[in-house]
Write a protein that binds this ligand. Sequence first.
Ligand SMILES: NC(=O)C1=CN([C@@H]2O[C@H](COP(=O)(O)OP(=O)(O)OC[C@H]3O[C@@H](n4cnc5c(N)ncnc54)[C@H](OP(=O)(O)O)[C@@H]3O)[C@@H](O)[C@H]2O)[C@@H](O)CC1
Ligand SMILES: Nc1ncnc2c1ncn2[C@@H]1O[C@H](COP(=O)(O)OP(=O)(O)O)[C@@H](O)[C@H]1O
Length: 288
Amino acid sequence: MSGEAGTFGVSDAAACIRVPEDSDDKYARGVLGVVAGSDRYPGAAVLAVEAALRTGLGMVRYLGPRRAADLVLARRPETVTAAGRAQAWLIGSGLDDSGETDPLAEHRVSVALEAGAPLVLDAGALPLARDPRARSVPRVLTPHAGELARLTGVDRATVTADPERAVRDAAVTLDAVVLLKGATTRIATPDGRMLVVAEATPWLATAGAGDALAGILGALVATHARDLALSEIARGADHDRLAELAAAAAIVHGRAALRASAGGPLTILDLCAAVPAVIRGLLDGSER
Ligand SMILES: NC(=O)C1=CN([C@@H]2O[C@H](COP(=O)(O)OP(=O)(O)OC[C@H]3O[C@@H](n4cnc5c(N)ncnc54)[C@H](OP(=O)(O)O)[C@@H]3O)[C@@H](O)[C@H]2O)[C@@H](O)CC1
Ligand SMILES: Nc1ncnc2c1ncn2[C@@H]1O[C@H](COP(=O)(O)OP(=O)(O)O)[C@@H](O)[C@H]1O
């Protein structure tokens, strides 16, 4: 891991893990609301929720269509599918991108957008970065190169030719923290800070890897939501903190992939299963 000044490493990632205290209950630890999955992509909901729970947080509140919710519950019965409050919301992984309108899906997105909590916007929710309801809260976007190109109106080749510039420009234009996925993950803030994570494995280039990253990041944001000031004055500090959480998520994700791969193929549920050991390793110093 190297940032612009080479200052963000595994010990910084460890500092992004909030260890529960005796005084905590599940709400104090942080609830992540997840609006993800659709009849078209139900598996993305399962992967995002699984990754969030493996990262450690008080609760996941999942809002989605019946089939996706049933699959999430079958995999993770600890998920709560009733409406209610959350300390952060992840929106977008596996939302239907067919262009058909679904009033129920739109309602679920509105609930999350209007909650006034920090947002992780992924996949189908990336265009919501321009929605006035999202502009008033700290938010982090997690596009891959194709998504960043669509979002900013440039072609994909332009993004891949100079990804650092593309992600920097997007962060400024969208006034959001932007994490650009790829073999190297780059995170930019609107104030020009750049963090770079390059320690995953090409075995990670497999469907659902991004959904897991979104879940890991969502959990880190939810467990740190109370550190975010959510005010105009503290905007720069919130962006810095979100960028650090995003870099930590990329480290946890990449290292979990390396463990799951061990030099061979991996599935995303294997990656998720490796996340707790990575986090334990960050906390006890054995993950270097
Ligand atoms: N388990 C789940 O539920 C999963 C759900 N997922 C969810 O799916 C959603 C969409 O995410 P995404 O990244 O795939 O979408 P996107 O950027 O629009 O890319 C489409 C581009 O790919 C191209 N393309 C397609 N096939 C190709 C081929 N064989 N060979 C080469 N190119 C090919 C295609 O090109 P075209 O066919 O149009 O020429 C187009 O340009 C998102 O919500 C995500 O969360 C995923 O995370 C996976 C696991
Ligand atoms: N060649 C690679 N080497 C390392 N990591 C990769 C590579 N290709 C993709 N990744 C990582 O895998 C994930 C892919 O995310 P994404 O493209 O959104 O996949 P999906 O939409 O299938 O979930 C990202 O975290 C990205 O950084």
